[in-house]
Write a protein that binds this ligand. Structure first.
Ligand code: ATP
Ligand code: MG
Length: 552
């Protein structure tokens, strides 16, 4: 088997460009619009852009595509920087498209002087009507033949604030009959009297996406400008501007965006989930945002590994979210400290264990010896999981039941003798005896048991709130379903266990630590946790519960 991974199509292009001398080294960029928090789809673009630069000894710029003043905020800029860093990448330069407003304005003036741009007074409706359709050529605007001098003075007046929003636009003069609708005299500047998060009230005209993105690429000398497939029809215009303005020849390449099951991936939709209160915040652990995944306990390595596995393609597809969860488990298996926690407790009393006695048992911290050990207190009264006891055991039940023997993890073998029920008929206490010579590590009992269950000492345990998360949507592809995507929100995506019992070592848990609650899954401390009220998130269960369901 060859270890060598085949190149993806963008790597092939880069290797050709480097070999032919088309470029000496590569410069990529990640260009988020600061109008929301980054999601896992952006992680794919980040891993691709930064990953290529790392692989080929090039550089990557972080460029905020902030040409739309109304929707952009500094909060988003800060969160984006934090997320890119957390994913493990360093940008060479932090740039803002708004830094180039003067240069972009001058590019527009150049086009006017070349007779290739004109101010249009038509209404948006008139412009749309004259644009034609994919099957029908458009018609020239009555303002298309304004003189260069008139266009220059009108455009200056637009900039000076003489006109209201929408009164005039600047368009380039290409071809109203072009097959590509984007080439039918596209608008490049619009009037918008709005406060911008960086330039304040300095500008009341703003360049459109197509007249900002490529120009910014070119100003920065970006060699490979990588974007998602929906920009294919924009490429002709991207090239036209570069050619006409005679600026640095950046090239645009397109790859398939990431779509993932049981979630939505557009900032607009994610914003709705936040503002309408379907989730708590952008970093709600159920959100597909990078900050949500971080809070939930996903690691940067697992996200990078996921992006590596899904690869780069030219055709859209839908990736199963369980692949991401698989990558998270794989990484946490190696990183998480093993601890014991009882989520749905019932009391277990070991009737032959001396009252008041406590022992410190050695428990392994990880999947093998190399992770070291920690001390865990054992005493007469323990908490165990309700689900580990069955009054009338099913076939092949190896856990606790009347008369049955099990091992308490890292401790002793016990035998259940008796149980008590409360008035409602629920099991309120289980009683057992322990076998002193069966202690883990020095077991001389020669008794073989098939089941091992976890526990915490009642006297030593801490209480914690545990938050269990499930998929945020019930539909595989909520955006493609009929009606509003919010109709498919899973009402049970958050389950709160107000009072679980956890081992005392967890009092020292810190944000960023990862734990495996033995037999229960991977957990991490939530940012709302305090020493008085501990709160843990379940990052992911130990097994894929959904995969089992499908098999049934
Ligand atoms: P959204 O539709 O979620 O608002 P966007 O494309 O408007 O996303 P930008 O901030 O413009 O968000 O995206 C920054 C970069 O991330 C762009 O290069 C964009 O192509 C890329 N990107 C956005 N969503 C995805 C995705 N789902 N998969 C891969 N790349 C993506
Ligand atoms: Mg965008």
């Amino acid at each position: 088997m060859s270890e060598e991974k085949s190149l993806n199509f963008i790597e092939e292009i880069i290797e050709t460009d480097l070999a032919s001398g088309q470029c000496q080294s590569i410069l990529t960029r990640f260009p988020p619009e600061p109008n929301g928090y980054l999601h896992i789809g952006h992680a794919k673009s980040i891993c691709l852009n930064f990953g290529l630069a790392i692989k080929y000894g090039g550089k990557t710029n972080l460029r905020f595509d902030d040409t739309n003043p109304a929707k952009e905020e500094t909060e988003y800029v800060d969160s984006i920087k934090e997320d890119v860093k957390w994913l493990g990448f360093n940008w060479s330069n932090e740039f803002y498209a708004s830094d180039y407003f003067d240069q972009i304005y001058n590019f527009a003036v150049t086009l006017i002087k070349k007779g290739l741009a004109y101010v249009d007074d038509s209404t948006p409706d008139e412009i749309a009507t004259l644009k034609g359709s994919p099957t029908e050529p458009g018609k020239n605007s009555p303002f298309r033949d304004r003189s260069m001098e008139e266009n220059l003075s009108l455009f200056a007046a637009m900039k000076a604030g003489t006109y209201q929003d929408g009164e005039k636009v600047l368009r380039v003069k290409i071809d109203m009959a072009a097959n590509n609708m984007h080439m039918r005299d596209p608008i490049i500047y619009r009037i918008k009297h709005a406060h911008h998060h960086r330039t304040g009230d300095q500008w009341c005209i703003y360049p459109m996406y197509d007249f900002a993105h490529g120009q910014s690429d070119s100003i920065e000398n970006i060699t490979h400008s990588i974007c998602t497939l929906e920009f294919i029809p924009h490429r002709e215009l991207y090239d036209w501007f570069i050619h006409t303005l005679e600026i640095f020849p950046s090239k645009q390449y397109e790859f398939a965006r990431l779509n993932m099951t049981y979630t939505v991936m557009s900032k607009r939709k994610l914003l709705q989930l936040v503002t309408e209160g379907h989730v708590q915040s952008w970093d709600d652990p159920r959100m597909p945002t990078i900050s949500g995944m971080r809070r939930r306990g996903y690691t940067p390595e697992s996200i990078r590994n996921f992006c590596e596995r899904i690869g780069i393609a030219k055709r859209e597809n839908l990736i199963d979210v369980s692949l991401l969860e698989f990558c998270v488990r794989e990484d946490l298996n190696l990183k998480a400290t093993r601890v014991m926690a009882v989520l749905e407790p019932v009391k277990l009393v070991i009737t032959n264990y001396p009252e008041g006695q406590t022992e410190e048992l050695m428990c392994e911290n990880g999947p093998d010896e190399s992770y070291g050990h920690r001390k865990v207190q054992f005493s007469r009264e323990l908490w165990i999981e309700q689900e580990d006891f069955m009054e009338e055991p099913a076939k092949k039940w190896f856990r606790l039941a009347p008369g049955a023997l099990v091992r308490l993890k890292s401790a002793y073998i016990i035998q259940c003798n008796h149980f008590l029920k409360d008035a409602a008929g629920n099991i309120s206490e289980i009683q057992a005896t322990y076998i002193p010579e069966s202690k883990s590590g020095s077991d001389t009992s020669e008794i073989k048991v098939k089941g091992t269950i976890h526990w915490v000492s009642a006297q030593h345990a801490l209480q914690a709130e545990i938050r269990l998360y499930d998929r945020l949507f019930n539909a595989e592809n909520p955006s493609q379903e009929e009606g509003d995507f919010k109709e498919y929100i899973n009402p049970d995506s958050l389950q709160i266990i107000p009072k679980a019992f956890i081992e005392p070592s967890l009092l020292n848990a810190e944000i960023g630590n990862h734990f495996q609650y033995i037999r229960k899954g991977y957990f991490c401390l939530d940012k709302e946790s305090t020493k008085e009220k501990l709160v843990f998130n379940r990052t992911v269960s130990l097994k894929d519960a959904w995969a089992k369901e499908v098999k049934k």
